[in-house]
Design a protein around this ligand. Structure first.
Ligand SMILES: [Ca+2]
Ligand SMILES: [Ca+2]
Ligand SMILES: [Cu+2]
Length: 395
């Protein structure tokens, strides 16, 4: 049965997001194709762990007969005072490499070998041509997070550009790796972040959890080829978004394919699909006529995922209905790296939310929602879609 509802966040949610209210965000008119704004102070302060459900010890991530996916209880991680800081994201969204209880070594990313650049003309033909123009960026939606810099609503302008209908798939990324020998940062680091509910008890026990977001595990051997670590594969996921790719990895893919990451303004313009100031790429109703329009968390985060939209993890990059511009899964499925810095730090913007986003906790699958991570971070719910300069003359 499909449950169609767009529940408003109640008091429980607000308690989960300390500091998300009352911070001032100063905006100014965008220029040169991107919106610029400043946030008055850091937005990624430590967050309290969420209240964790108990009584879900009856499962360990297996799929039950009803198709529901129950995950192991996280209450053993709650209430531990050492689990209250260190996370860069006060949400279900994503941890960064600085969050690992593991020693990491900063590594310079080797540039892709020369002489192996894909045919840019061919790559460009797969992109959607958009005229650009002025649009209302951001939101003052009461469901939004002012501290994330979602508002105020301001007029932004983007020039003509092209953007991919889908995020880069595993098959596409494999072609890039085959041609260039690119080694991803997750492979350099030797681990990446995986949602704990996807792991066996054995792997979970061997994988450190992340402070403040304990459902994230730093899993040795988790890479784009092995999204849940050793033993996992892409056998049934060739057309799913590539994940466990950092912003730097995305840059390398773009260099090879003759593309670039979209600016944040381009991303939002494209994701809105021609609609003005709607909450989602298709309108304001999360599930119009009871129809699921995106791949997010369904149930109770982080213990019960009913997967009633069809997917507990990633869905094929081309699934659900495209928006008015032809973009698939702009919101939900995987976060998408954008070119811009998030604020005055090293973080890079991510947009759109992922299969882990849920209105009881983070509600960042709205089209105006934003988040960030460091350029060397990778997780099982961050991917990217490519863009390119436009060809159509401006207005
Ligand atoms: Ca889902
Ligand atoms: Ca997405
Ligand atoms: Cu989220």
């Amino acid at each position: 049965m499909i449950v169609a509802r767009n529940r408003r966040r109640g008091p429980r949610h607000r308690r989960l997001l300390p500091g998300h209210h009352g911070r001032r965000v100063r905006g100014r008119r965008a220029s040169h194709g991107r919106a610029e704004f400043r946030i008055s102070h850091a937005v990624h302060g430590p967050a309290s762990p969420p209240p964790l459900a108990s009584g879900h010890r009856d499962g360990d991530g297996s799929v039950s007969g009803t198709g529901q996916v129950r995950f192991r209880a996280y209450d053993d991680l709650a209430g531990d005072p050492t689990h209250t800081d260190g996370a860069s994201m006060p949400s279900c969204c994503t941890p960064g490499h600085g969050d690992a209880h593991a020693t990491t070594v900063a590594l310079a990313l080797a540039p892709a070998p020369r002489g192996h650049v894909a045919d840019p003309e061919r790559a460009a033909r797969r992109l959607i041509d958009l005229p650009g123009g002025r649009f209302l960026m951001g939101t003052d939606d009461p469901e939004g997070f002012p501290a994330d810099g979602e508002g105020p609503v301001r007029e932004a302008e983007v020039g003509p550009f092209r953007i991919a209908p889908t995020t880069v798939t595993n098959a596409q990324f494999a072609a890039f790796v085959e041609a260039t020998g690119h080694v991803t940062e997750a492979e350099h680091f030797g681990f990446s972040f995986v949602f704990g509910g996807f792991l066996s008890d054995e792997v979970a026990a061997a994988s450190p959890s992340v402070a403040a977001v304990p459902w994230w595990r730093a899993v040795t051997g988790a890479t784009w080829r092995h999204p849940e670590g050793a033993g996992s594969s892409l056998a049934t996921r060739q057309d799913h978004p590539v994940v466990h790719v950092s912003w730097n990895d995305a840059q390398a893919y773009c260099a090879w394919s003759g593309t670039r990451l979209p600016t944040e303004a381009e991303w939002e313009y494209a994701a809105r699909g021609g609609l003005e100031q709607r909450r989602y790429p298709w309108g304001d109703d999360l599930a119009p006529d009871g129809r699921h329009m995106c791949n997010i968390w369904r149930g109770d985060f982080p213990t019960l995922n009913t997967a009633e939209d069809g997917w507990a993890g990633t869905a094929p990059a081309k699934s659900f209905r495209p928006n008015g511009f032809g973009l698939y899964n702009a919101v939900g499925n995987v976060w998408e790296w954008c070119a811009d810095r998030f604020a005055r730090d090293t973080g890079r913007v991510m947009r759109g939310g992922s299969y882990l986003c849920h209105d009881s906790y983070c509600n960042r699958y709205r089209v105006a929602a934003r988040s960030s991570n460091t350029p060397d971070s990778s997780t099982g719910n961050i991917g990217f879609r490519v863009a390119a300069d436009g060809t159509t003359p401006g207005p």
